[in-house]
Design a protein around this ligand. Sequence first.
Ligand code: NAD
Ligand code: LMR
Length: 338
Amino acid sequence: PTDNLQMEGSSNLKRENCRAKGGSPGFKVAILGAAGGIGQPLAMLMKMNPLVSVLHLYDVVNTPGVTADISHMDTGAVVRGFLGQQQLGDALTGMDLVIIPAGVPRKPGMTRDDLFNINAGIVRTLCEGISKCCPKAIVNLISNPVNSTVPIAAEVFKNANTYDPRLLLGVTMLDVVRANTFVAEVLGLDPRDVDVPVVGGHAGVTILPLLSQVKPPCSFTQEETEYLTSRIQNGGTEVVEAKAGAGSATLSMAYAAVKFADACLHALRGDAGVVQCAFVSSQVTELPFFASRVRLGRNGVEEIYPLGPLNEYERVGLEKAKKELAGSIEKGVSFVRK
Ligand code: NAD
Ligand code: LMR
């Protein structure tokens, strides 16, 4: 671990023991890819989370600097940095929650699936580490293409006999965050008062906002429905194009990742009624994985809710989503099985 100074290291240990004795609900969280565009703001926001007692920052580059920087924040979590694959095991041992934003982002003109060749191998290696060092941790997988990387993770865990489908969650929270924002704009509401379920997956037409189930109850014209569906499905591309080669969504993603991780930690703590959308092993459709609303608890995903009543526009969208998703899931599975 790249704790800055020995002195600091020993006072960190004291603080950690102190929190443990005090019985405060501190969880141990690792971020893999912590020096990246998402990883850095995510690390900063997790350092501010009162439910986090220990924060491990792992990357193949630049973690000493990011760790030194974040460790100066006067919040409770003890921060440690880990650099390179030989330190992956130490980064993961003892973790309750592992968040994975490691991997390359899109540039204009690319699809998320164009990232598969590089990111599939990265996710496989990181998940092999998880199955060895913290097989009971909840995993929040952000690396794209999520529709394929979640099946990859599942296959790796199956090979290691550590697979518990309740613990593996593909993060689709940014789709919900965007949907809440864009719908609130149309309705003239505060986005914090809006809740839009987004189901399916996390790429193009697989992102299916259920505008008929928005809370508070409301209705949209056909034109509004088409505008909102398209804007939500293309939100990632909107950011990729605006960044013009400098990457994809990082700040809104870090925000969404923290919102989602925080829900997982509240559920781990035993809070009731924690419900979020996530891409998980599922029987809601005939596909082996699907994003929908799930209830989180101490064991991870404890209940998966059905999609609820869909209107005709959503039923057509669902068929399109399932068709594309099936191929992406199969691509991920066969990457590990081949
Ligand atoms: P980035 O390039 O800025 O950062 C990625 C980080 O991963 C880098 O620091 C890199 O060193 C690190 N990394 C590469 N290989 C690694 C390995 N083997 N082990 C550990 N770390 C490794 O990219 P970013 O903008 O942070 O995006 C990261 C990923 O998240 C991309 O795949 C992107 O498409 C995806 N993403 C997903 C969502 C979502 O909603 N699920 C949203 C935005 C971005
Ligand atoms: C997003 O939705 O912003 C991410 O999946 C990144 C991307 O490539 O669009």
